[in-house]
Design a protein around this ligand. Sequence first.
Ligand SMILES: [Zn+2]
Length: 242
Amino acid sequence: MLVDAHAHIDIKDFDKDRDQILKKCNIIVVNAGVDLESNLKSLELEKKYSNVIAAVGFHPEFVKNKINELDKCLELVEKARIISEVGLDYFWIKEDELRKKEIEILSRFLEIGEKEQKPLIIHVRGGFNDLVTILSSYKVKFVIHAFEGSIKNAKRVIELGGLISMPPILLRDKTRQEIIKNVDLEYILTETDSPFMAHEKMIRNEPCNVQLTIEKIAELKNIDIQEVEKKIENNFKKLLHL
Ligand SMILES: [Zn+2]
């Protein structure tokens, strides 16, 4: 079975063909909520589709204009098996004050993750060092979604017990290809971040494109495609204590 560990299929880009898209291949899809409305949609999707797992979170970019939704988002975590989308974004958020707030918010989600033993699927754009510092104070299972950065940073994630998740953009991103070559399959997950991060520019990404990532990983690591698929499925099951 394929695994899409991070997607946004609740958004309106999928209103016309969500059913077909989720049935196109044998896949399990984690839908990440980014604000109150999408967290609620994420939970609805889990009820409607047997192959969707709801994740609830609060996207760090919304520290700027949706902070009033935070408490309700935190409350909804108890209804989900996975916490996402949470993390640190220093690419869009430049103000020190707001970055501090991002750290504070992420810490609250980490606390819940530790207490309720729920894995976190984390967004980080800039702020990697701050993320490592915070993560080292919690005992949680976590994944860095759409990992970007150096091989050295990838290894720091693994030292902390985390996994690295790769979207189909891998097919056209040489830096990410180097990461895949240098990280053991044991620590890799697949995702799409649909509708973003596709293998081609300007097209809508969708969950079954995970197949393309699997094929690319197999090629880069010179391993059988089925073996990669099986291993990633197992990595995901371990993450969820299945
Ligand atoms: Zn995302």
